[in-house]
Design a protein. Sequence first.
Length: 286
Amino acid sequence: MLKDFFGKKKKYASIPSEQGKMDVPEGLMKKCQGCHKIFYRKEMNKNLNVCPNCGFHHQLNAWERIDSLFDEGSFQEWDKNLISNNPLGFPGYEEKLEKDRIKTDLNEAVVTGKGTIDGHPTVISIMDARFRMGSMGSVVGEKIARAVEEARKQSLPIIIFTASGGARMQEGVLSLMQMTKASVAIKRFSDAGGLMLSIMTHPTTGGVSASFASIGDYNFAEPGALIGFAGRRIIEQTIREKLPDDFQTAEFLLEHGQLDKVIPRHDMKQTLTTLLSMHKKGGDSE
């Protein structure tokens, strides 16, 4: 009777489904979004968040990118304490901002400052998509415009890495004005003979892609980056045509003349160093 109650032990093991294998908790391991293979997170981090198997470029946050480019100890952050308020009284906006500050350890969706890349003094602005999807709020626009203006005053080149979902809906027209503010600052900088390098990363969309991200002296992108203004479905419904599978990718834009080059992350520092050396004041190159 007891045997019947407890039953016999199974002589076989349950094999997890393929989906179960894919559901790896974040922490020690990381699953590639491209080939779905699993790697140690430390291994992926050492490889600049590029998949060792398929080369898929996962997102880098602002400080990871700074560490990958700047000479050790050279970077000085600017305007760190600028924070957004709630100018339109949008319900729940302040709580969402505070949640992102805690999650990302950033005060806003962009980090700006100055440092050296292989000895070349450079101003940089790096958008971080973890904070409100990199949306362009008033503080984001202000920090980028200030960085460009400071680059003009110091006669230094500026590098802008974009990663954005576009305008920030909670700030309405004030958000849209930031595209103009940044673009005007860049025009003033360009008129003074400044060098701007724009690097679009995944994703660069909305008004950011349609404004200052596309007006650099050099316009680059990382492999596979999503770059565009409106979404695929909206465009297809508007023109009533099926778009190519690679539409709005960095490679598609390069093929159609909208980018100067698609640069793998491992080649980024060397490419930037070469350009900074070529455009060094006085015409000297190393």
